[in-house]
Design a protein around this ligand. Sequence first.
Ligand SMILES: [Zn+2]
Length: 238
Amino acid sequence: MAIRHDQGIVLRGYPFGDADRVVVLLSPNHGKLRTVAKGVRKTTSRFGGRLEPFTHVDLVLYEGKNLDTITQVSTIEAFPRLRSDLDRVVAAGIMVEAADAVAQEDESSLRLFLLLQRGLRALEAGALGNDLITSFLLKLATVVGVAPALEACAACGRSQDLVSFSFASGGVLCGGCRGERGVRLRAGLTAYLAGLEKADLGALPVTDPALSADAIGVARRFLEYHLDRTLASLAVLE
Ligand SMILES: [Zn+2]
């Protein structure tokens, strides 16, 4: 059996056997990693709090037949400010759940990893709110190859008169293509979504309270439609 190094952001963990814990991480090079931390449920665990969700850690792993065992952990980035604020913890939980939903095992996931890292860093630096989550979800859709059409009609490519949004058609539709498809959008919402999709997570445009709630609803439903699953942590924002 071999020893190897890896790194990742902790997505979640769950009890395993009497004293162990499975820790699921997102690695930039190997996608979703399932590892075992032995003895972590004893009070004297040598890993301390380093395997809590959101922590970016460097790992030394002992390769096993099914799961690799963590033999050493060191913290690369801990996000302490994020952790001290419940609203930030909720937002980070949404980002982590969405990344977990799309990550694959044994597959390079550098873009997804960097997106999650940027999202957590934005929260750590003080950003918060629906628009941050909306922007993150739209970027996630792009990373996994299901980016919604936001600036041109998903059916004909026109960039004017974009009045509705169709989850099945993959984005906005113009007045001519709309027909029976799609939900009507509040004026300005498509441009607002496009702005959030393109913006830097650490420097989002000024929030428009009239559009912000609709925007996160559209981003969430779009992603859930294309992933064919619900994102439970987003329900708390409703
Ligand atoms: Zn059209």
